[in-house]
Design a protein around this ligand. Structure first.
Ligand code: 8IG
Length: 278
């Protein structure tokens, strides 16, 4: 069994990341008693309460018990992995343990949760995050659908000759379903920066001229890996702050957290209603 002091399997560059995910999925099946999951969700800042609203949690595992999740995040929150029984009878795997690229453990570690979700059988991957907004009309607390992305890390989680088509990465089918639940939901192009620093105002202007609407530090690499693993992707950002330079006041991390907390009930309820339609 993996534990906090176990050797991290991603330290071995010759280890197959898909085999690591397969082992992790096997452990999840064993610990949850659920052979197959149908949908997976990664809940980012502000989205946590959705786990309680989508259905009945039947198992909750500290992520560090699962292979490949063993090294604690430098950010310090120990995530849990939950199996949730949806009212439809489907099974959701809720992953509360995102690893960001800026933590420095490499792209394989960043997308391990997504590959593990695919290995549990999930066909739909819902990726949520907290992010900065470029549209002044997006007040802090506004949820936005991700329509496409620009990966400014320039790092792909894929290796070798894996020429995956990303034309419909954030599946139109799933965005249409989200719009039936809330027709007022806006959409935007997500720009993944390396972080952990927030952008300079010049970088935000650049992101806007490139066609970006949302700035964040996650999700794009995860979406690519999810698509490569054969899953449909739904992406949603909670705009917790205007991106740097969009509003005259500097970004304050505590204010960003507070905006997430304030919006949590509303957006978690929205996400639960979307999941019920999938
Ligand atoms: I919450 O303004 C949150 N995450 N890159 N920029 C980036 N990430 C973020 C931001 C932001 N707000």
């Amino acid at each position: 069994m993996a534990s906090d002091d176990a050797v991290n399997p991603f330290d071995d560059r010759s280890a197959d990341p898909f085999e690591i995910a397969r082992i992790a999925a096997e452990q999840i099946a064993e610990r949850t008693g659920v052979e197959q999951h149908d949908i997976a969700l990664t809940l980012g800042s502000g989205w946590g309460r959705a786990a309680d609203l989508i259905g009945e949690t039947t198992a909750s595992i500290p992520a560090t018990d699962i292979y490949g999740f063993s090294r604690p995040s430098v950010v310090g929150h120990v995530g849990t992995i939950r199996s949730v029984l949806l009212p439809s009878g489907k099974r959701a795997l809720v992953i509360g343990a995102r690893t960001h690229y800026y933590e420095g453990f490499g792209a394989r570690r960043v997308v391990h949760s997504v590959r593990t979700a695919a290995a549990t059988g999930a066909k739909i991957m819902i990726l949520t995050n907290g992010a900065g907004g470029l549209k002044p009309e997006w007040a802090p607390g506004t949820p936005v659908l991700i329509s496409d992305h620009i990966n400014l890390t320039a790092v792909s989680p894929l290796e070798g000759a894996t020429f995956v088509d990303l034309t419909d990465l954030y599946a139109q089918r799933l965005r249409d379903i989200a719009h039936t639940v809330d027709p007022s939901l806006d959409e935007g192009v997500y720009v993944q920066f390396h972080g952990p620093n927030y952008e300079t105002p010049a970088e935000v202007r650049m992101a806007g001229r490139m066609g970006g609407d949302i700035v964040g530090m996650s999700t794009a690499m995860e979406a690519v890996a999810a698509r490569h693993s054969g899953m449909e992707v739904l992406g949603m950002s909670l705009i917790t702050n205007p991106a740097a330079g969009i509003s005259p006041t500097p970004l304050d991390h505590q204010e960003v957290i507070a905006a997430g907390v304030a919006a949590e009930a509303v957006i978690s309820d929205l996400l639960a209603r979307i999941v019920a339609e999938l």
